[in-house]
Design a protein around this ligand. Structure first.
Ligand SMILES: C[S@@+](CC[C@H](N)C(=O)[O-])C[C@H]1O[C@@H](n2cnc3c(N)ncnc32)[C@H](O)[C@@H]1O
Length: 319
């Protein structure tokens, strides 16, 4: 493996020599600390931000394990009893996506030159773009939203859509594409003072929000689904709301051999993968359904190529 020296934190000095050698061969940057108090471990994780934590089997039954899974689901915790192949495979599946972020960024910078807004954002039609906003607007309980982060904010089209209807005290729009952010920043959003930040979902954000939205982003964002959803969860207050839309690999029209083939320029996800990623990230589904972007139809996911999810961040690790 030759990526960027992924950081691992092992919470045990009794790690076997052979595992140490193999991890070193894979260029993992390994730090070992002996089991310490919960506070020391948490502050070590916070300052090191490892890509994975390796622990002895009994740690998986501890309250600290539950707390870490809930607080920082984007840092997976693996037992040291796994083989190095398992650790390597897990690392690759969790952290490495088929699309590079730089590729996604360049793509959207390029699209930003289009004249119609929906084309700048690579939507199939203006109606389809608006439909996602309508559904989000309908499902979110705006009365509980003081702070909101739109991840993959693009041109600020969604904020523009809702800005006259809801009072938001703090809005942060995050995107990889500086060209789209230029468009977003040039707009006015009524009474809402919006802040736009160029950064990736991959980077830790030191702030939590009542509402996190991510419309049409996950299918091509440079992060595997499980990690992307974990990152979104880490940006949410306990009890906060997540709204996202993405693409459905389980659309019935893809299921028969003579039928349509999914477009290969982005990922498509099965409902079960999405559910399991939400669960792993401490999120409880309020509503998950399929929708047809060009009409008002909403229904069982298998009947649609697009899916929306409205979920809530559990208020405690064991809820
Ligand atoms: C299909 S557009 C949707 C834009 C916006 N959510 C909307 O519905 O109008 C996807 C957006 O996600 C952004 N994006 C993709 N991957 C990202 C990442 N890893 N971090 C931040 N933004 C990302 C793209 O730059 C693009 O603006």
């Amino acid at each position: 493996m030759n990526l960027h020296q992924p950081k691992l934190l092992a919470l045990s000095s009794s790690i076997e020599q052979h595992l140490l050698n193999e991890l070193a061969k894979d260029h993992f940057d390994l730090k070992i600390i002996d089991r310490q108090s919960d506070e020391v471990i948490l502050s070590e994780v916070a300052s090191m931000r490892p890509e994975m934590v390796l622990v002895e089997e009994d740690f998986l039954n501890s309250a600290l394990y539950q707390k870490m899974r809930y607080e920082i689901p984007s840092i997976p915790i693996l037992s040291l009893s796994n083989s190095v192949e398992k650790i390597r495979q897990f690392y690759m599946e969790f952290h490495v996506d088929a699309y590079e972020e730089s590729e996604v960024e360049q793509e959207y910078d390029r699209f930003s030159g289009a004249s119609e807004e929906y084309r700048k954002l690579n939507w199939g039609s203006d109606r389809g773009m608006q439909r996602a906003f309508e559904i989000a607007d309908m499902l979110v309980d705006w009365s509980g939203v003081k702070t909101w982060c739109d991840l993959g904010v693009g041109t600020g089209a969604f904020l523009n859509y809702v800005s006259n209807r809801h009072a938001i005290q703090r809005f942060v729009g995050i995107d990889l594409s500086s060209k789209l952010l230029e468009v977003a920043s040039a707009r006015s959003y009524g009474a809402i003072k919006a802040e736009f930040i160029k950064r990736s979902l991959r980077e830790p954000v030191g702030e939590r929000f009542d509402l996190v939205t991510s419309i049409g982003v996950l299918q091509k964002c440079g992060l595997p689904l499980v990690k992307a959803i974990a990152k979104l969860s880490e940006m949410m207050n306990p009890g906060g709301t997540l709204f996202l839309t993405t693409k459905n690999a389980g659309w019935e029209k893809f299921q028969n051999a003579a039928g349509l083939k999914p477009y290969s320029g982005h990922h498509w996800f099965h409902v079960e993968e999405i559910k399991s990623a939400l669960d792993a990230a401490g999120l409880q589904i309020r509503e998950l359904a399929g929708f047809e972007p060009k009409t008002e139809e909403i229904g069982r996911p298998e009947f649609f190529h697009s899916i929306y999810v409205c979920a809530e961040r559990k208020t405690r690790a064991r809820d």
